[in-house]
Design a protein around this ligand. Structure first.
Ligand code: ADP
Ligand code: MG
Length: 301
Protein backbone atom coordinates (compact mmCIF):
# COMPACT_ATOMS: atom_id res chain seq x y z
CA UNK A 1 0.00 0.00 0.00
CA UNK A 2 1.22 3.48 -0.87
CA UNK A 3 2.20 5.41 2.27
CA UNK A 4 1.02 8.97 2.85
CA UNK A 5 3.87 11.44 2.60
CA UNK A 6 4.93 13.34 5.71
CA UNK A 7 3.60 16.56 4.29
CA UNK A 8 0.18 14.99 3.69
CA UNK A 9 0.15 13.54 7.21
CA UNK A 10 0.69 17.01 8.59
CA UNK A 11 -2.19 18.28 6.45
CA UNK A 12 -4.42 15.39 7.54
CA UNK A 13 -3.72 16.15 11.19
CA UNK A 14 -4.54 19.76 10.57
CA UNK A 15 -7.89 18.82 9.00
CA UNK A 16 -8.71 16.41 11.83
CA UNK A 17 -8.05 19.16 14.34
CA UNK A 18 -10.23 21.59 12.39
CA UNK A 19 -12.99 18.98 12.27
CA UNK A 20 -12.66 18.55 16.04
CA UNK A 21 -11.84 14.86 15.95
CA UNK A 22 -9.22 14.52 18.70
CA UNK A 23 -9.27 10.71 18.82
CA UNK A 24 -8.76 10.51 15.03
CA UNK A 25 -5.96 13.05 15.42
CA UNK A 26 -4.21 11.19 18.22
CA UNK A 27 -4.77 7.63 17.05
CA UNK A 28 -4.85 7.66 13.24
CA UNK A 29 -1.23 6.68 12.67
CA UNK A 30 -1.17 3.94 15.31
CA UNK A 31 -4.50 2.52 14.10
CA UNK A 32 -3.36 2.68 10.47
CA UNK A 33 -0.19 0.75 11.31
CA UNK A 34 -2.15 -1.87 13.24
CA UNK A 35 -4.75 -2.22 10.51
CA UNK A 36 -1.98 -2.68 7.94
CA UNK A 37 -0.38 -5.54 9.87
CA UNK A 38 -3.78 -7.12 10.64
CA UNK A 39 -4.92 -6.73 7.03
CA UNK A 40 -7.96 -4.65 7.99
CA UNK A 41 -9.45 -2.76 5.01
CA UNK A 42 -10.13 0.99 4.77
CA UNK A 43 -13.66 0.76 6.07
CA UNK A 44 -12.54 -1.34 9.02
CA UNK A 45 -9.87 1.26 9.79
CA UNK A 46 -12.46 4.03 9.67
CA UNK A 47 -14.79 2.05 11.88
CA UNK A 48 -12.12 1.53 14.55
CA UNK A 49 -11.25 5.22 14.60
CA UNK A 50 -14.85 6.40 14.73
CA UNK A 51 -15.55 4.02 17.60
CA UNK A 52 -12.62 5.46 19.52
CA UNK A 53 -13.85 8.99 18.80
CA UNK A 54 -17.35 8.17 20.02
CA UNK A 55 -16.14 6.51 23.23
CA UNK A 56 -13.90 9.45 24.08
CA UNK A 57 -16.60 11.98 23.20
CA UNK A 58 -19.11 10.23 25.48
CA UNK A 59 -16.51 10.12 28.28
CA UNK A 60 -15.86 13.85 28.00
CA UNK A 61 -19.58 14.64 27.90
CA UNK A 62 -20.16 12.52 30.99
CA UNK A 63 -17.35 14.35 32.80
CA UNK A 64 -18.87 17.69 31.79
CA UNK A 65 -22.29 16.63 33.07
CA UNK A 66 -20.77 15.47 36.37
CA UNK A 67 -19.02 18.82 36.76
CA UNK A 68 -22.13 20.78 35.88
CA UNK A 69 -24.16 18.82 38.44
CA UNK A 70 -22.00 20.28 41.27
CA UNK A 71 -22.13 17.34 43.61
CA UNK A 72 -20.54 18.32 46.94
CA UNK A 73 -18.73 14.97 47.18
CA UNK A 74 -18.72 12.15 44.67
CA UNK A 75 -20.53 9.11 46.09
CA UNK A 76 -21.48 5.83 44.54
CA UNK A 77 -23.61 2.91 45.57
CA UNK A 78 -20.47 0.76 45.70
CA UNK A 79 -19.19 2.78 48.67
CA UNK A 80 -22.49 2.49 50.49
CA UNK A 81 -22.58 -0.17 53.20
CA UNK A 82 -26.06 -1.57 53.17
CA UNK A 83 -25.31 -3.65 56.28
CA UNK A 84 -24.88 -0.37 58.16
CA UNK A 85 -28.26 0.88 56.95
CA UNK A 86 -30.55 -2.15 56.67
CA UNK A 87 -33.68 0.01 56.66
CA UNK A 88 -32.93 1.20 53.11
CA UNK A 89 -34.86 -0.62 50.41
CA UNK A 90 -31.95 -2.02 48.44
CA UNK A 91 -34.05 -3.45 45.66
CA UNK A 92 -35.81 -0.17 45.01
CA UNK A 93 -32.46 1.63 44.96
CA UNK A 94 -31.08 -0.81 42.42
CA UNK A 95 -34.13 -0.22 40.28
CA UNK A 96 -33.80 3.57 40.58
CA UNK A 97 -30.16 3.36 39.61
CA UNK A 98 -31.24 2.13 36.18
CA UNK A 99 -32.94 5.48 35.67
CA UNK A 100 -36.45 4.59 34.54
CA UNK A 101 -37.85 7.01 37.09
CA UNK A 102 -36.23 9.81 35.07
CA UNK A 103 -38.03 8.79 31.88
CA UNK A 104 -41.26 8.66 33.86
CA UNK A 105 -40.51 12.03 35.53
CA UNK A 106 -41.04 10.48 38.95
CA UNK A 107 -39.76 11.96 42.20
CA UNK A 108 -37.59 10.27 44.82
CA UNK A 109 -37.72 11.28 48.47
CA UNK A 110 -35.14 10.22 51.04
CA UNK A 111 -36.42 10.70 54.57
CA UNK A 112 -34.42 9.98 57.69
CA UNK A 113 -32.26 11.17 60.53
CA UNK A 114 -29.09 13.16 59.88
CA UNK A 115 -26.10 11.04 58.91
CA UNK A 116 -28.09 8.07 57.65
CA UNK A 117 -26.85 8.33 54.08
CA UNK A 118 -29.56 10.40 52.36
CA UNK A 119 -27.17 12.80 50.62
CA UNK A 120 -24.87 9.90 49.77
CA UNK A 121 -27.64 7.98 48.04
CA UNK A 122 -29.13 11.02 46.31
CA UNK A 123 -25.65 11.83 44.95
CA UNK A 124 -25.15 8.22 43.83
CA UNK A 125 -28.44 8.35 41.91
CA UNK A 126 -27.49 11.71 40.40
CA UNK A 127 -24.05 10.49 39.31
CA UNK A 128 -25.57 7.41 37.72
CA UNK A 129 -28.00 9.68 35.85
CA UNK A 130 -25.08 11.80 34.56
CA UNK A 131 -23.43 8.66 33.25
CA UNK A 132 -26.68 7.80 31.48
CA UNK A 133 -26.55 11.10 29.62
CA UNK A 134 -28.95 13.04 31.84
CA UNK A 135 -28.54 16.64 32.91
CA UNK A 136 -28.46 16.83 36.68
CA UNK A 137 -28.03 19.63 39.20
CA UNK A 138 -27.50 19.20 42.92
CA UNK A 139 -28.72 21.98 45.20
CA UNK A 140 -28.87 22.39 48.91
CA UNK A 141 -32.35 23.80 49.37
CA UNK A 142 -31.07 26.86 51.22
CA UNK A 143 -28.54 27.52 48.45
CA UNK A 144 -31.22 27.19 45.76
CA UNK A 145 -33.56 29.57 47.59
CA UNK A 146 -30.76 32.13 48.02
CA UNK A 147 -29.92 31.96 44.33
CA UNK A 148 -33.58 32.24 43.34
CA UNK A 149 -33.98 35.33 45.53
CA UNK A 150 -30.82 36.88 44.11
CA UNK A 151 -31.94 36.13 40.57
CA UNK A 152 -35.30 37.71 41.30
CA UNK A 153 -33.67 40.86 42.65
CA UNK A 154 -31.49 41.13 39.58
CA UNK A 155 -34.43 40.41 37.26
CA UNK A 156 -32.76 37.19 36.15
CA UNK A 157 -35.38 34.82 37.51
CA UNK A 158 -36.78 33.91 34.10
CA UNK A 159 -33.31 33.08 32.86
CA UNK A 160 -32.61 30.92 35.89
CA UNK A 161 -35.91 29.11 35.47
CA UNK A 162 -35.15 28.47 31.80
CA UNK A 163 -31.88 26.85 32.87
CA UNK A 164 -33.65 24.76 35.50
CA UNK A 165 -36.20 23.63 32.93
CA UNK A 166 -33.39 22.06 30.88
CA UNK A 167 -32.56 19.62 33.67
CA UNK A 168 -33.58 15.98 33.71
CA UNK A 169 -32.93 15.56 37.43
CA UNK A 170 -32.96 18.18 40.15
CA UNK A 171 -31.61 17.18 43.56
CA UNK A 172 -32.92 19.23 46.47
CA UNK A 173 -30.79 18.33 49.45
CA UNK A 174 -31.60 19.06 53.07
CA UNK A 175 -35.13 20.26 52.90
CA UNK A 176 -36.01 21.05 56.46
CA UNK A 177 -32.77 22.18 58.04
CA UNK A 178 -33.55 25.87 57.83
CA UNK A 179 -37.07 27.33 57.62
CA UNK A 180 -37.52 29.33 54.45
CA UNK A 181 -38.93 32.87 54.34
CA UNK A 182 -42.36 33.43 52.79
CA UNK A 183 -40.82 34.57 49.52
CA UNK A 184 -38.26 31.75 49.64
CA UNK A 185 -40.99 29.13 50.07
CA UNK A 186 -42.98 30.60 47.21
CA UNK A 187 -39.98 30.57 44.90
CA UNK A 188 -39.20 26.99 45.89
CA UNK A 189 -42.80 25.99 45.31
CA UNK A 190 -42.65 27.60 41.88
CA UNK A 191 -39.56 25.55 40.98
CA UNK A 192 -41.14 22.33 42.25
CA UNK A 193 -44.42 22.90 40.47
CA UNK A 194 -42.67 23.78 37.20
CA UNK A 195 -40.62 20.61 37.52
CA UNK A 196 -43.76 18.56 38.10
CA UNK A 197 -44.12 15.96 35.32
CA UNK A 198 -41.17 17.51 33.44
CA UNK A 199 -38.12 16.96 35.62
CA UNK A 200 -37.42 14.28 38.19
CA UNK A 201 -36.90 15.78 41.60
CA UNK A 202 -34.87 14.00 44.29
CA UNK A 203 -35.44 15.40 47.77
CA UNK A 204 -33.59 14.57 50.95
CA UNK A 205 -35.11 15.59 54.24
CA UNK A 206 -34.83 14.90 57.94
CA UNK A 207 -38.44 15.94 58.48
CA UNK A 208 -41.48 13.70 58.32
CA UNK A 209 -44.06 15.09 55.87
CA UNK A 210 -46.35 16.35 58.61
CA UNK A 211 -43.60 18.71 59.72
CA UNK A 212 -42.89 20.28 56.33
CA UNK A 213 -45.19 23.17 57.22
CA UNK A 214 -42.55 24.23 59.76
CA UNK A 215 -40.13 24.81 56.89
CA UNK A 216 -42.41 26.08 54.18
CA UNK A 217 -44.55 28.23 56.44
CA UNK A 218 -48.04 27.99 55.08
CA UNK A 219 -50.14 24.83 55.18
CA UNK A 220 -51.64 25.60 51.81
CA UNK A 221 -48.19 25.82 50.18
CA UNK A 222 -46.93 22.69 51.94
CA UNK A 223 -50.01 20.81 50.78
CA UNK A 224 -49.43 21.94 47.20
CA UNK A 225 -45.72 21.01 47.30
CA UNK A 226 -46.44 17.59 48.77
CA UNK A 227 -49.24 17.02 46.30
CA UNK A 228 -46.85 17.48 43.38
CA UNK A 229 -43.87 15.69 44.87
CA UNK A 230 -45.73 12.67 46.12
CA UNK A 231 -48.06 12.22 43.17
CA UNK A 232 -45.69 9.76 41.54
CA UNK A 233 -42.77 9.18 43.82
CA UNK A 234 -40.54 6.64 45.48
CA UNK A 235 -39.96 7.10 49.19
CA UNK A 236 -36.86 5.66 50.82
CA UNK A 237 -36.68 5.85 54.56
CA UNK A 238 -33.46 5.49 56.48
CA UNK A 239 -33.77 4.90 60.17
CA UNK A 240 -31.30 4.46 62.98
CA UNK A 241 -28.40 6.49 64.12
CA UNK A 242 -25.88 8.53 62.18
CA UNK A 243 -23.27 6.63 60.19
CA UNK A 244 -20.83 9.42 61.00
CA UNK A 245 -21.40 8.92 64.69
CA UNK A 246 -21.11 5.15 64.45
CA UNK A 247 -17.99 5.47 62.34
CA UNK A 248 -16.42 7.95 64.73
CA UNK A 249 -17.32 5.71 67.65
CA UNK A 250 -15.79 2.72 65.94
CA UNK A 251 -12.59 4.64 65.19
CA UNK A 252 -12.26 5.97 68.72
CA UNK A 253 -13.04 2.46 69.93
CA UNK A 254 -10.18 1.12 67.82
CA UNK A 255 -7.82 3.74 69.19
CA UNK A 256 -8.87 2.93 72.75
CA UNK A 257 -8.37 -0.76 72.11
CA UNK A 258 -4.91 -0.01 70.73
CA UNK A 259 -4.12 2.16 73.74
CA UNK A 260 -5.37 -0.55 76.07
CA UNK A 261 -3.18 -3.14 74.41
CA UNK A 262 -0.17 -0.92 74.74
CA UNK A 263 -1.03 -0.29 78.41
CA UNK A 264 -1.34 -4.03 79.01
CA UNK A 265 -5.10 -4.12 79.30
CA UNK A 266 -5.82 -1.14 81.54
CA UNK A 267 -9.60 -0.96 81.94
CA UNK A 268 -11.80 1.94 80.92
CA UNK A 269 -13.98 2.85 83.83
CA UNK A 270 -15.46 5.95 82.30
CA UNK A 271 -18.61 4.40 80.79
CA UNK A 272 -19.29 2.21 77.81
CA UNK A 273 -20.06 4.79 75.12
CA UNK A 274 -18.28 7.82 76.42
CA UNK A 275 -17.18 8.93 72.95
CA UNK A 276 -17.71 12.69 72.49
CA UNK A 277 -19.23 12.74 75.97
CA UNK A 278 -22.41 11.25 74.56
CA UNK A 279 -24.55 8.55 76.04
CA UNK A 280 -25.08 5.34 74.06
CA UNK A 281 -28.33 6.64 72.56
CA UNK A 282 -27.23 10.03 71.30
CA UNK A 283 -30.25 10.80 69.19
CA UNK A 284 -31.02 14.25 70.52
CA UNK A 285 -27.47 15.43 70.09
CA UNK A 286 -27.29 13.68 66.75
CA UNK A 287 -30.32 15.50 65.44
CA UNK A 288 -28.46 18.73 65.90
CA UNK A 289 -25.58 17.32 63.85
CA UNK A 290 -23.14 18.50 66.50
CA UNK A 291 -21.24 15.43 67.57
CA UNK A 292 -18.77 13.36 65.63
CA UNK A 293 -17.00 16.17 63.86
CA UNK A 294 -14.74 13.82 62.01
CA UNK A 295 -12.79 15.00 59.00
CA UNK A 296 -15.44 13.45 56.82
CA UNK A 297 -18.34 15.13 58.51
CA UNK A 298 -16.56 18.45 58.47
CA UNK A 299 -16.22 18.23 54.73
CA UNK A 300 -19.89 17.29 54.49
CA UNK A 301 -21.21 20.17 56.51
P1 ADP B 1 -27.41 12.50 55.57
O1 ADP B 1 -27.53 13.19 54.26
O2 ADP B 1 -28.49 11.49 55.81
O3 ADP B 1 -27.26 13.45 56.71
P2 ADP B 1 -24.89 11.61 54.52
O4 ADP B 1 -25.31 10.95 53.26
O5 ADP B 1 -24.32 12.97 54.38
O6 ADP B 1 -26.08 11.63 55.55
O7 ADP B 1 -23.88 10.65 55.26
C1 ADP B 1 -22.88 11.14 56.16
C2 ADP B 1 -21.54 10.51 55.84
O8 ADP B 1 -21.58 9.13 56.14
C3 ADP B 1 -21.18 10.60 54.37
O9 ADP B 1 -19.80 10.73 54.26
C4 ADP B 1 -21.64 9.27 53.80
O10 ADP B 1 -20.86 8.91 52.68
C5 ADP B 1 -21.40 8.34 54.97
N1 ADP B 1 -22.38 7.26 55.03
C6 ADP B 1 -23.64 7.33 55.52
N2 ADP B 1 -24.24 6.13 55.50
C7 ADP B 1 -23.34 5.28 54.96
C8 ADP B 1 -23.36 3.88 54.66
N3 ADP B 1 -24.41 3.10 54.97
N4 ADP B 1 -22.24 3.34 54.10
C9 ADP B 1 -21.16 4.10 53.83
N5 ADP B 1 -21.07 5.42 54.09
C10 ADP B 1 -22.15 6.01 54.65
MG1 MG C 1 -27.47 15.23 53.93
Amino acid sequence: MKKLETQSTVLLKHHLKALKLPAFHAECEKTAARCATENVDHLGFLLQLSELELIQREKRASERRLKAARFPNPKTLEDFQFEAQPSINRMLLGELLRGEYIEKREAVIFVGNPGTGKTHLATALGMAACQQGKRVRFWRVTELITQLMEAREERLLTRMKTQLAKLDVMILDELGYVPASKLGSELLFDVISTAYERTSVIVTTNLPFEQWTEVLGSERLTGAVLDRLTHRCHILESTGESYRLKDARRRVGNKKAAAKTSLHGESDASGKHAVWGLPASANAAENQEKPAKTDESQRQN
